[in-house]
Design a protein around this ligand. Structure first.
Ligand code: G16
Length: 527
């Protein structure tokens, strides 16, 4: 029913398989098969499948696989998944039999797969392919329709914890988050410089729809105007959404005229990333990205832990994209240990689990906070007598610990700003970002670029890193790296330096080096 239409090798990327939607039907069918096998392998735990291409343009689609505890698919199964999508149609049946044998999977045991999708026009077709894959192996499939990626992670964990984490339904998700948010608000809608008004850019994606559902249920405890709702001609992520706002460093289309310093939020196509922005009185655009959210949250949680006199190890996880100024602030001001891992939630999430309280955020706004079981037990014990510990318990309920969740993260930021009596001016003044710039460079084969040291050093093609080092040395506070994207067919360039002008020049020079030494295609980069 789902023949393979392309002979090109399909790679497992940063967050699963992603590409042009018309090439993905067979991939989806096979991922339905894989999720069923994985559920049986994990003794009947629910496995999640989310159909989305997240921040990519509308013609793309993709699939994210969710393991029983809400993590992304275990890395050892990424290879199984890759081999499965790449075998020919003729080999498929035998290949599936081999997976069953190699992993000693009992094919008579039960299996449960949850499937959801974003609002791309091709998602329903691809969802059917996943469901057919599950049914082909006699698994049980439950379809959730149009939901955000973090909602799917929530449903999977809720089901696998026998509802200890929440009810695995859309209402269960809203109830848990809104109830915690409104208790934390405690009727105080404004405080100090904090105002209750917010503009929400939904990127014409599923996040917009779900934010409207939150609005209906929230009794104005937060006054949110949703723009780029996905009705009318606007395309998903086009000139809007978290990736556009972060990378282009400008507001989305469709912005109403607002007072300077009005808080604005952008989420991406499947609402697992969030960034804040505003314009000041001179009309200058200012960004508060994932690094800012991480530092805000870390400072707030540190204060709560200290006032509860709890001895808990808090740590922060970033990637090479983290602004150098944010890392300095975390280490020198907050005095929180910080680690750097390769791009991809799977890497950040695992590192964060090493702490009692692990905060992880990518600069692009993707992140959450995870609390160990023992830290939760200590906080619960303290909450018997200490109101600050009770606040901490509500904060844990507000956070979607299963994965980065744009709406949950936004509600957390709103809670912290409200408690501190801060507006965006207070928030942004905690430290000054280094100017930074990202470029996408098209090359013949992005796999010629190989990196090490959490993607900060390029080891192939030979000589490229030496040349980058020479260029970077000419810039005060200069830093730059290159890496192949795992979601788009491009090489990404990141640069930062002490001035905007230097940063643009540094990014340009490094981009040119990539074009020259890594097989650039397309027009020459212009300065
Ligand atoms: C996915 C991953 C993120 C990653 C982003 C970009 O985000 O979940 O961890 O930062 O891709 O990855 P790359 O630079 O490799 O293309 P999303 O929101 O697109 O699913």
């Amino acid at each position: 029913m789902y023949p393979k239409v392309s002979k090109e090798t399909i790679q497992y990327g940063t967050a699963g398989f992603r590409g042009k939607a018309e090439l993905l039907d067979s991939v989806m069918f096979r991922m339905g098969v894989l999720a069923t096998l994985r559920s049986r392998f994990r003794e009947g735990s629910v496995i999640g499948v989310m159909i989305t291409a997240s921040h990519n343009p509308e013609p793309d689609n993709g699939v994210k696989l969710i393991d029983p505890k809400g993590e992304m698919l275990e890395s050892s199964w990424e290879k199984i998944a890759t081999d499965l999508v790449n075998v020919s149609d003729q080999e498929l049946e035998q290949h599936v039999a081999n997976i069953i044998k190699d992993n000693q999977i009992d094919i008579t045991s039960s299996s449960y797969v949850y499937v959801g999708m974003d609002n791309r026009y091709h998602s329903p077709r691809l969802l059917k392919a996943v469901a057919d894959g599950v049914i082909a192996l006699k698994g049980n499939v439950r379809e959730f329709g149009i939901v955000t990626t973090p909602m799917m992670h929530f449903f999977v964990v809720a089901a696998n914890t026998k509802e200890a984490y929440g009810k695995p339904t859309e209402e269960g998700y809203y109830d848990k988050l809104i109830s915690a948010f409104e208790k934390l608000r405690n009727g105080q809608l404004e405080n100090g410089n904090y105002r209750n008004r917010l503009i929400f850019d939904g990127a014409n994606g599923v996040g917009a729809r779900k934010m409207l559902q939150f609005n209906k249920r929230m009794n104005k405890s937060l006054d949110v105007t949703v723009i780029n709702q996905g009705v009318g001609p606007g395309k998903i992520n086009e000139e809007c959404g978290a990736d556009h706002v972060k990378v282009q460093q400008k507001p989305p289309v469709g912005m109403p005229i607002v007072e300077p310093y009005t808080r604005c939020v952008s989420v991406d196509g499947d609402a697992d990333r969030v960034v804040y922005f505003f314009t000041d009185e001179t009309g200058q655009f200012r960004l508060l990205d994932g690094d800012r959210i991480a530092t805000l949250v870390a400072g707030y949680l540190m204060d709560l832990i200290q006032s509860c006199q709890l001895d808990l190890r808090l740590g922060l996880v970033q990637t090479a994209y983290a602004n150098g100024a944010s890392t300095d602030y975390i280490v020198n001001e907050l005095k929180v240990p910080v680690s750097c891992v390769p791009t991809g939630v799977k890497h950040l999430h695992h590192k964060a689990l090493e702490y009692d309280i692990g905060i992880y955020f990518e600069a692009n706004g993707h992140g959450t906070i995870v609390f160990s079981d023992s830290s939760k037990a200590a906080i619960s014990e303290a909450a018997k007598t200490n109101p600050k510990a009770q606040t901490l318990l509500l904060v844990i309920d507000l956070i979607n610990e299963t994965v980065g969740d744009a709406i949950s993260d936004m509600l957390l930021v709103e809670t912290i700003l409200n408690h501190k009596g801060w507006d965006v001016k207070d928030w942004i003044s905690s430290y000054a970002d280094l100017p930074n710039q990202q470029l996408k460079i098209q090359v013949k084969d992005r796999n010629v670029i190989q990196t090490t040291d959490a993607e900060r050093v390029c080891v192939k093609p030979e000589g490229l890193q030496d040349e980058i080092n020479q260029v970077v040395a000419n810039y005060k506070r200069g830093r730059a790296f290159v890496r192949p994207s795992g979601t788009e067919d491009v090489v990404r360039v990141y640069a930062e330096a002490s001035t905007r002008e230097d940063t643009l020049q540094l990014a340009y020079e490094v981009g040119r080096l990539v074009q020259k030494l890594a097989g650039g295609v397309g027009p020459e980069l212009v300065n």
